[in-house]
Design a protein around this ligand. Structure first.
Ligand SMILES: [Zn+2]
Length: 76
């Protein structure tokens, strides 16, 4: 079973489809149990989706949000 920290560490690879099947299953199993991480992944998805949809446009609020998420991920 992944810890929340491990899930966060894997989250961008998970969203990019870069995880192996086994890793993906561990992430999904964790998400099924942990609503905090579900919310985190949902936020990441929204952020990534919006950033991809608007690659040329700088939106300060979004950049601040992306930066905040990146900082959360770097926390030990
Ligand atoms: Zn969790």
């Amino acid at each position: 079973m992944l810890s929340c920290k491990e899930l966060v560490a894997h989250s961008s690879d998970f969203l990019d489809g870069q995880l192996s099947l086994r890793e993906r299953l561990s992430v999904r199993a964790h998400l099924a149990m942990c609503r905090h991480c579900r919310r985190f992944i949902r936020q990441m998805k929204v952020t990534q989706g919006v950033l991809r949809a608007l690659p040329e446009t700088a939106i300060p609020e979004l950049e601040a949000l992306a930066e905040r998420l990146a900082q959360q991920r770097r926390k030990p």
